[in-house]
Design a binder for this molecule. Structure first.
Ligand code: SF4
Ligand code: SF4
Length: 257
């Protein structure tokens, strides 16, 4: 089971399993005394889809976004790239996008911001690949939104957060990481880690290198698809995930599914 939550969870925090049909006993609003507290003292990893949405919200290239707003390190055992908001001690490690009025990139905020204070875990069926979801509420001491009665179920609350697309894309990342752990359980070599980072996080550079270099050598991608990924970032990310599977594990890319 993979826990799809990027904000660090301390063992002291209370984790309460919940069902999607349970009522959401939580209310976050700007009148809460803790307003914006959850956007400070960050230690927040970003998924490839988070980066895609944020760089497009800001109207900048992925490389510019990654350099300006993120830091990169590699998992000590997996060698996988981990992209996080760049720590800034001068702001108390606040998110670069928090303002006194709230989140300045709200429409394109990361999936973990949308889920908060819920944690989501998934289990994928070995028989048919179907995904089962599990949720838990995490009570952190600084968050004062708990205990309010709402008429919304957790399912309805999640719909309001518009988190479906993030979860769908992030599940593809989790599948890729799970494949990596099965097929290449050791540490990724430098070039492999670079390919992973390029195809998933640095999408505009990936697109550039597809056009300029021989990245698709040996891959018979339809010309129509090559034209589409020149202008569609989400298609490009799907393509990048498949390309990474091909480059790292030799799994043939599938087109038109
Ligand atoms: S992206 Fe927005 S919601 Fe997420 S931590 Fe930053 S300011 Fe808060
Ligand atoms: S700390 Fe909790 S209640 Fe306060 S703004 Fe953040 S999510 Fe909302």
């Amino acid at each position: 089971m993979d826990l799809d939550r990027q904000k660090e969870i301390n063992m002291s925090e209370e984790m309460i399993p919940v069902h999607p049909d349970d009522l959401m006993k939580f209310d976050c609003n700007s009148k809460n005394e803790c307003f914006n507290e959850c956007c400070r003292d960050l230690n927040q990893a970003l998924t490839p889809y988070d980066v895609l949405r944020l760089k497009n919200n800001l109207g900048i290239l992925s490389q510019t976004f990654l350099k300006k707003y993120t830091s990169l390190h590699y998992g000590p055992e997996s060698g996988l790239p981990v992209v996080e908001f760049k720590p800034n001690p001068q702001t108390g490690h606040a998110c670069p996008f928090v303002t006194s009025k709230g989140c300045s990139v709200y429409e394109d905020r990361p999936g973990s911001c949308r889920m908060y204070p819920l944690a989501r875990a998934i289990a994928r069926s070995r028989e048919n690949g179907e995904i089962a979801e599990y949720f838990a509420l995490i009570e952190e001491p600084h968050c004062k939104g708990f205990g309010f009665e709402t008429k919304q179920t957790i399912r309805e609350w999640l719909k309001g957060q518009d988190v479906g697309k993030h979860n769908e894309q992030n599940d593809k990342l989790m599948e890729l990481i799970s494949l990596k752990n099965t097929i290449l359980p050791g540490k990724l070599e430098g070039a492999q880690a670079d390919q992973f980072y390029l195809a998933l996080y640095d999408l505009d550079e990936f697109r550039h290198q597809i056009a300029q270099n021989d990245l698709l050598n040996g891959i018979s991608a339809p010309q129509e698809l090559i034209e589409e990924i020149k202008k569609d970032d989400e298609l490009l990310l799907d393509f990048g995930i498949q390309w990474a599977k091909y480059m790292l594990f030799g799994i043939q890319m599938k087109f038109g599914e």
